[in-house]
Ligand binder design. Structure first.
Ligand SMILES: [Zn+2]
Ligand SMILES: [Zn+2]
Length: 242
């Protein structure tokens, strides 16, 4: 069995760790034209108490491809991509969960859950739940399925507190929410809104890829300036403290 280090080594040459700063959205770390919040975040509601994307995921590049495909492939390819994504989450969460908890105002996260697929048929066999609930050693003991997609027909990629339904009541526990991709943030923010309505305490989120368009404005130059290989010792929340 390959180790977490071996599985993640493949990704070190293309993961692009976001860093806060001028022209970087304070909510989702999208690159902006100098604004504090990106356009999508100004249109969404902000229910997450903290958010940490592992990497930018430029459209049509390697990470985007893995994150788009792992849910569709089967057999050995599915097993391999699930193992690789689990390794990324394992390594990142074990190093930076405390950074997310601190930013969210929680001591720790007693519960870990995933953002459901918006499509109920797909959500039943969502491989992300198996990754977080079975493969990732640092999350599997705390994983619970807390949300399911609601049956309402809603505009995709728009925030709605009715996009998901809670599967039970919570009593103030802090929740770590995990997703594969952040595009507009509507799904993660909608999931956080539902968790809070169900009684959750602070909600922090980790996603693997923060989707980005390399062709927009100065994005190519700015993404190319991110140092490589990927630094596992720093996340977007603790990078500044060191
Ligand atoms: Zn944003
Ligand atoms: Zn950190």
């Amino acid at each position: 069995m390959p180790t977490v280090r071996e599985l993640t080594a493949l990704y070190e040459n293309f993961l692009l760790g976001p860093r806060p700063g001028e022209g970087v959205c304070v909510t989702c770390f999208n690159l902006t034209d100098g604004y504090r919040r990106c356009y999508a975040c100004t249109r969404s509601e902000a229910w997450l108490d903290a958010f940490a994307p592992v990497s930018y995921s430029p459209a049509h590049e390697q990470l985007h491809h893995v994150l788009a495909c792992y849910k569709r492939v089967t057999g050995e390819r599915a097993r391999r991509s699930a193992a690789e994504l689990a390794a990324i989450l394992w390594r990142y969460v074990s190093a930076h969960e405390q950074c997310v908890a601190q930013a969210a105002g929680a001591e720790f996260f007693p519960l870990v859950t995933t953002v459901p697929s918006a499509d109920p048929a797909r959500d039943d066999s969502h491989p992300l739940r198996r990754i977080v609930g079975e493969l990732v050693g640092v999350t599997r003991e705390r994983h619970r399925r807390l949300l399911r997609p609601s049956a309402m027909a809603l505009e995709p990629r728009a925030f709605s507190p009715r996009r998901f339904e809670a599967l039970g009541r919570l009593s103030g526990e802090a929740v770590l929410l995990i997703d594969d991709t952040w595009t507009t943030g509507a799904n993660a923010q909608s999931a956080a809104a539902t968790l809070k309505a169900a009684g959750a305490g602070p909600v922090g989120a980790v996603v693997i890829g923060r989707h980005i368009n390399r062709q927009w404005r100065e994005n190519d130059r700015r993404l190319s300036a991110i140092p490589q290989p990927f630094d596992w010792a720093r996340c977007v929340l603790c990078a500044r403290r060191r």
